[in-house]
Each structure stands twice: as structure tokens, then as C-alpha cells.
Design a protein around this ligand. Structure first.
Ligand SMILES: *Cc1c(COP(=O)(O)O)cnc(C)c1O
Length: 352
């Protein structure tokens, strides 16, 4: 065991007295990198990227899942259940495995991101596909929870959001102060709700110097922008599958985070999001999910329109790892044709 487990590090703010957290996969403690090259391009001297892709299952979901599954196991749950086609199922399956509990995933028919489900399947989760929407799947899962059949680990479980606050604590700890702004993608809106709660909590606990808090900048995809348009979207569509949500579970939390922090929630096109995904990788070497790039693409716009200023400290949350969803990245390998293996031919092919 190397670093102190996440829940132990922040147990003053998260744990009940004498509560034990035996299950950990080494979540949290993710890098906060000063993005100098990308910052130069965007006109921001203090642009930081928090890379949540280094979490055990490759997304920030692990921060809340570790708390939810520890508590489910401690309370004698016989199984965990979630509705998901993506990172929630990957995280739930991994932590359930570590707890020795079966994990059931309910997913809507025809809306399956196969690549993302592979983690859950490989971890031994049992999948049930329903002929219905994500909302139908979540409704069924809610009922199973109410009946006491299994512990629900979707973000309607308050332990999920409580654990996700730790990203805010880590940001303040790493910078030694609150940044001026924090940007992130908004799907079910649990994370923007949790991060804002975390910044408020840290300030009120007297940890954040000056009691300062950042403006919360949330970004949705144009085809899935219910909060921006102030209306649910029946058939949300975007290549950024992690934020393809038409009726966010934490809608009011996101609106409160935006308004209380003096921030904003705006929409971006898929083209803007996918272009920024490559730009982050090519300028900074970090490969994040399409959804993760939405926060940075939004910051690019705000900086261009001088709604963010050069000297302001801005943290973008790169919510998940790019390897989760490799198919959306247009590669060059498909067009390769072999050349002769002599050095001259290879040199010529390289253009050197
Ligand atoms: C879950 C997820 C999101 C969306 O977070 P919400 O809390 O649903 O708003 C964004 N990016 C990635 C990679 C995710 O896994």
C-alpha cells in the first residue's frame, strides 16, 4: 500500500465516527497538471487539467463508488445494482468484485456503448437489457432499491456525490487556494453538483484560504442540452456518450451550482468537442474521453470571448480516459500500406 486511501485522507469530511473503509482500489489522488502549451494557445497563464483517467476504472466515478460500495457492504447488502451503459457500470462492477458482491447492470436496449460495457462484463457483472429508455432502466433500479433487493449505486445514491466532492478537496490542496473557475462536462449533473458542494464544504470548514470558491462552468453537447434549453430532451444525441442525457437526475443541483457560484452552463457542438479532444492530446499528451474535452472546449470559447481572463486560474476536469471510447477518434492506421523494409524506403515514407 503506497498513498493513503482517498476515504481515509478525507475521513474528517466524509466518514461517520469509527466508520471503516476496507474496500479501496487506489482511487483519487489524480494529477493536476499545469497545461502551459494549451494555456498559451488559449490565452490563459494558469490553465490546469485534472486527469481523472488515472482512476482505477478510468473515470471520476470511482471517487463516489468507493464510498457507496463500502457502505453497501457494511450495511449487509446482498448485491449492487445500477442503470448504466458506461462508466458507472465499469466502476460499480469493479468495486462490487472487490467487495465480493454480485453486480447487476440494467441497460436500455439499442443504446449500448459496447466498448464501455466490456469492463463491467469482464468484471463479472450481470447484464439485463430492457426494452425502454435509460429513464425506464433507472426507474426499475430505483424500485429494486426500495424493495431492498440490492443497493443502488447510481448517483441518486447520496454516497456517490459525497465521494465525488473529493476532487474539489484535491484541487484546493494541490493549488493551495481555490481556482477562479472550474470547467467540466455535464450529463446527469451529479459531478457539477458534487464539486460545488465540495468547494463550499472546504471553504466553510476553514481549509480554503480566504474561504474562496470558484465559478462553476458546465458544458453540455448541443444535441443533449436540457439544462441550457431549460427543457428535457427526448432523444439526446452526441458523440460524447458520457453526457448523452436528456433529463439529468441532478438538474436542480447543477442550476444551483451555476447560480450560487456565478458560473454558467452552455452547449457545444460535437465538432468543437471532438476537435478539442485531439488538441488536448497533441498539446499536452493527455488522452481523455470526448465528454471530458467539453469542459476545455468551453473554456476555449470563454477565453476567446474574454469572459475568462489571462491571469485567472482555471481547472478543467478531464473526467475519463480516452481509451474508454477509442472508436470516435479517427485514426490513420486504416489507410496504411506497407513499404519495403529497407532504410531508404522507410526514410522516404517518413519524409525524413
Ligand atoms: C459520468 C461522466 C460524465 C458526466 O458526469 P455527470 O455527473 O453525469 O454530469 C462526464 N464524463 C465522463 C467521462 C463520465 O463518466
Amino acid at each position: 500500500m503506497t498513498a493513503q486511501p482517498l476515504l481515509e485522507r478525507y475521513r474528517d469530511l466524509l466518514a461517520e465516527p469509527d466508520e471503516r473503509f476496507p474496500i479501496t482500489l487506489g482511487e483519487g489522488g489524480t494529477p493536476l497538471l499545469h497545461a502551459r502549451r494549451l494555456g498559451d494557445e488559449l490565452g490563459l497563464d494558469r490553465l490546469f487539467l485534472k486527469f481523472e483517467g488515472t482512476n482505477p476504472t478510468g473515470s471520476f466515478k470511482d471517487r463516489g463508488m468507493v464510498l457507496a460500495v463500502n457502505r453497501a457492504a457494511a450495511s449487509g447488502a446482498r448485491a449492487v445494482v445500477c442503470a448504466s451503459t458506461g462508466n458507472t457500470s465499469a466502476s460499480a462492477a469493479a468495486y462490487a468484485a472487490a467487495a465480493g458482491l454480485p453486480c447487476h447492470v440494467v441497460l436500455p436496449a439499442g443504446k449500448v456503448a459496447r466498448g464501455k460495457l466490456s469492463q463491467a462484463v469482464a468484471a463479472g457483472a450481470r447484464l439485463v437489457m430492457v426494452d425502454g429508455s435509460f429513464d425506464d432502466a433507472l426507474g426499475a433500479v430505483r424500485r429494486l432499491g426500495e424493495e431492498g433487493v440490492a443497493a443502488v449505486v447510481n448517483s441518486i445514491n447520496p454516497d456517490r456525490l459525497a465521494g465525488q466532492q473529493t476532487a474539489a478537496f484535491e484541487i484546493v490542496d494541490a493549488l493551495g487556494e481555490s481556482p477562479e473557475a472550474v470547467a467540466l462536462p455535464v450529463g446527469n449533473a451529479g459531478n457539477i453538483t458534487a464539486l460545488w458542494a465540495g468547494f463550499v464544504r472546504y471553504a466553510e470548514a476553514g481549509v480554503t484560504p480566504g474561504g474562496r470558491r470558484p465559478r462553476m462552468l458546465g458544458f453540455q453537447a448541443e444535441g443533449a442540452a436540457p439544462i441550457v434549453n431549460d427543457a428535457p430532451v427526448e432523444r439526446p444525441e452526441t458523440a460524447a456518450t458520457a453526457i448523452r442525457i436528456g433529463n439529468p437526475a441532478s438538474w436542480s443541483g447543477a442550476v444551483a451550482a451555476r447560480d450560487e457560484s456565478g458560473g454558467s452552463i452552455e452547449a457545444l457542438t460535437d465538432a468543437e468537442i471532438l476537435e478539442m479532444q485531439l488538441r488536448i492530446l497533441r498539446s499536452e499528451g493527455l488522452f481523455c474521453e470526448p465528454a471530458s474535452a467539453a469542459g476545455v472546449a468551453g473554456v476555449e470559447r470563454l477565453a476567446r470571448e474574454e469572459r475568462l481572463h489571462r491571469s485567472e486560474g482555471v481547472v478543467c476536469i478531464l473526467t475519463g480516459h480516452g481509451l474508454k471510447d477509442p472508436d470516435v477518434v479517427a485514426g490513420e492506421e486504416g489507410t496504411l500500406t506497407p513499404v519495403d523494409s529497407d532504410l531508404a524506403s522507410i526514410r522516404r515514407a517518413m519524409g525524413l
